[in-house]
Design a binder for this molecule. Sequence first.
Ligand SMILES: Nc1nc2c(ncn2[C@@H]2O[C@H](COP(=O)(O)OP(=O)(O)O)[C@@H](O)[C@H]2O)c(=O)[nH]1
Ligand SMILES: [Mg+2]
Length: 199
Amino acid sequence: MKIKTSKFIITVAESDKILETNLKEVAFVGRSNAGKSSLINALTNKNALAKTSSTPGKTKHINYFLINDEFYIVDLPGYGYHNASKADEQRWTQLIEDYLLKSKRLTCVFVLMDIRHKPSLLDKQMLTFLHYYSVPFVIIATKADKLSKSQRFNYAHSLANAVGLTGRDVIISSSQQKFGMEQILEKCDQFLGQDGLDE
Ligand SMILES: Nc1nc2c(ncn2[C@@H]2O[C@H](COP(=O)(O)OP(=O)(O)O)[C@@H](O)[C@H]2O)c(=O)[nH]1
Ligand SMILES: [Mg+2]
């Protein structure tokens, strides 16, 4: 797939406003600062489609982007922002979970993890949640440009092992140097070509 057009559609801050879309969706989730917005910008070749920030915790809402007039990319709130209050963190977690359970046309969730970091407890809880509700997911190891080429596979491998997968299950990516993009778009093709979860 090639992304030809992309446009921001809407920001949703409350569970009862989650869209009932008529097109399929792929969602991006991960720790605050994992690189979700940067990846969406890299995939769509736009510098500021999704807002990126070096201040973690800024994206607290759900953002919908329409791609090729064919499907939606959905940017979910980042979890695990260390300066957030318990109440805020709980609210974002609830919003993420409500999105994942309510979105009937969701086909796949990309779970982003910084390639240099061990999966956090929240990452593991997210994967357990996705397993439990049988939501298909793919792990993306982000910011791989920060490692040497020889280190990348080893880091991706240990990240995968930590969550019971193998290195081959993880897409190694860099939004900055734009690698891994084709693999991600291939996965989109694959999942968008299948029926939705509840269809
Ligand atoms: N070196 C490098 N930095 C990145 C990459 N992707 C994101 N970042 C940086 O990581 C920080 C958080 O990125 P952002 O996309 O806002 O993360 P989000 O909170 O998950 O949406 C920003 O300072 C980005 O510039 C990447 O591929 N390589
Ligand atoms: Mg963001």
